[in-house]
Design a protein around this ligand. Structure first.
Ligand code: HEC
Ligand code: HEC
Ligand code: HEC
Ligand code: HEC
Ligand code: HEC
Ligand code: HEC
Ligand code: HEC
Ligand code: HEC
Ligand code: HEC
Length: 243
């Protein structure tokens, strides 16, 4: 933060240089170029009375740090419901406005829920997936609308309650025919490499064993129109039971 401040100061000075025309216009009778003080009167400060900062006609030693003035006595400070924050007002605010603050989480300590509870700051919506309140298991401070990875140790409900193609990924249209719970064959790390159990599937053997969904007859297979189950078990293709 401090390095950023040091880098920003010359930038602000440059900026204020180009603004110095309007600044001078705003203080026509003083004739004093406030730019020379190292505290340019930009943003809302441009319109503040000299005496609101220079109390009792004192100029030297006027505080430079936001919080030394914006403490609720010298000038407007944080209201009682203000989000928990450090006192470096300019980490989040500019001299142009207090509203629409950019929220810098670098200063922030404590659980996300302390603030992200829909009262101090945005929290879970009614349609949020059933999860614990340990937001940090799934979210970072950049955005709420995209999670890098869902931590399944922080969710509630059966796989199907979410994995229905609406709330979260569901079975693709060409998925094998089954009504069993997803975790019968899948784990929460990946959908690929499912462990397959025939007791959880339904439909004729050939509805899956057609070389599209699952292994089909090899090209040199004996010619037959019977269902696979007529000669094979689900344990192994070999040995075939020839009736
Ligand atoms: C938003 C607050 C603010 C306002 C408004 C403001 N000043 Fe200042 N002024 C400061 C700060 C901060 C300093 C820097 C004090 C320091 O470095 O010791 C300063 C420094 C000065 C100094 C130099 C003091 C010194 O000897 O080092 C003068 C002169 C001065 N201001 C005049 C004015 C006049 C005239 C006005 C009205 C047109 C005005 N200021 C409005 C904040 C303000
Ligand atoms: C020397 C005292 C002083 C310092 C330092 C100071 N301000 Fe101010 N500021 C004032 C005064 C006085 C006003 C006008 C009266 C008020 O809003 O309380 C003001 C007004 C403002 C306003 C406009 C408030 C409104 O009503 O819209 C903002 C925003 C603001 N300051 C931000 C800052 C930030 C950010 C910093 C630090 C970078 C800072 N100020 C540093 C004295 C100061
Ligand atoms: C970590 C970030 C952060 C810090 C540091 C911070 N604020 Fe804020 N402040 C906010 C947020 C976020 C809001 C709400 C902004 C909004 O509603 O658009 C806010 C709102 C305000 C408001 C009310 C704005 C309005 O119009 O409702 C004031 C006044 C204010 N802050 C003053 C301060 C002062 C003074 C300091 C330094 C002593 C400070 N803030 C430090 C983030 C911060
Ligand atoms: C001290 C209070 C506080 C804490 C703790 C906190 N935040 Fe925030 N956060 C805020 C405020 C205030 C905002 C800006 C206002 C808002 O969006 O409601 C914000 C904004 C955000 C945003 C941007 C929201 C958007 O869409 O614009 C995300 C993402 C976020 N926080 C995530 C987190 C995460 C993750 C944690 C925990 C690691 C966390 N925050 C901890 C107060 C906090
Ligand atoms: C188990 C993981 C998980 C946890 C824990 C979690 N979230 Fe989420 N959150 C999500 C997912 C998934 C989305 C949807 C975005 C996506 O699909 O990438 C989401 C979306 C959001 C959104 C934006 C959309 C909406 O529904 O409003 C907000 C805001 C949000 N979460 C806040 C929170 C907060 C606050 C907490 C902690 C109190 C929290 N989340 C805990 C997984 C989680
Ligand atoms: C509360 C809702 C919820 C529950 C319950 C849930 N999940 Fe998830 N799961 C999600 C969300 C959200 C995602 C990420 C977005 C997506 O894939 O649609 C996800 C992602 C996944 C992924 C993809 C992982 C990756 O990174 O590629 C797998 C696999 C998964 N879940 C399996 C399961 C299994 C198995 C169960 C039951 C044991 C389960 N899930 C329970 C919400 C849930
Ligand atoms: C009886 C076992 C079984 C059950 C139950 C099951 N699946 Fe599958 N699933 C599979 C098999 C086998 C594959 C193919 C895996 C492969 O290609 O590695 C698969 C593939 C998938 C894929 C595609 C993976 C990819 O990227 O190609 C998704 C997505 C998927 N299943 C989601 C689900 C969901 C959601 C549920 C629960 C609603 C579910 N599955 C239930 C066996 C099952
Ligand atoms: C809903 C789809 C589906 C149905 C119905 C189905 N299977 Fe399967 N079967 C699979 C999948 C998926 C695999 C694993 C992937 C593969 O081998 O292609 C599999 C694997 C097999 C295997 C190989 C076992 C091993 O470990 O080597 C045999 C043998 C088999 N099935 C026989 C049958 C027979 C016999 C029937 C009917 C009684 C049947 N299957 C019904 C989807 C199905
Ligand atoms: C009328 C009986 C019969 C039916 C019906 C039948 N098969 Fe076979 N299948 C056999 C015989 C016999 C063999 C050769 C066994 C051997 O080489 O010992 C065989 C071999 C196979 C093999 C090769 C096994 C290996 O590893 O060499 C596969 C795969 C296979 N069948 C799949 C299927 C599928 C899929 C179906 C249904 C679409 C099916 N079969 C229907 C009798 C049958």
């Amino acid at each position: 933060m401090k390095t950023i401040r040091l880098i920003l100061t010359p930038l602000l000075l440059l900026l204020s240089f180009s603004l110095s025309f309007s600044i001078q216009a705003a203080e026509p009778d003083s004739g004093f170029d406030h730019f020379t003080t190292g505290f340019p009167l930009i943003g809302k400060h441009e319109f503040a009375d000299c005496s609101s900062c220079h109390l009792f006609g004192q100029f030297k030693g006027t505080p430079l740090e936001c919080t030394l003035c914006h403490n609720g006595s010298r000038a407007a400070g944080k209201h009682p419901q203000h989000v928990i924050s450090s006192n470096f007002c300019d980490d989040c605010h500019t001299v142009y406005t207090w509203s629409g603050a950019r929220y810098d989480h670098a200063d922030v300590q404590g659980a996300c829920l302390n603030c992200h509870n829909n009262s101090i700051a945005i929290g879970k919506s009614a349609s949020h997936i059933a999860s614990t309140d340990i937001c940090e298991d799934c979210h970072n401070t950049i955005t709420f609308t995209r999670v890098a990875r869902v931590d399944h140790s922080a969710v509630f409900g059966t796989c199907e309650s979410c994995h229905n193609g609406v709330i979260a990924t569901g079975k693709p249209a060409d998925h094998i025919n089954t009504i069993a719970s997803c975790d019968y064959c899948h784990n929460t790390n990946t959908w690929l490499g499912a462990t397959f159990d025939h007791s959880a599937v339904s439909g004729a053997c050939s509805s899956c064993h057609n070389d599209v969904i699952a292994t089909g007859k090899p090209s040199d297979h004996l010619i037959t129109t019977e269902e696979c189950g007529f000669c094979h078990t689900t344990i192994s293709w070999l040995p075939a039971i020839t009736p």
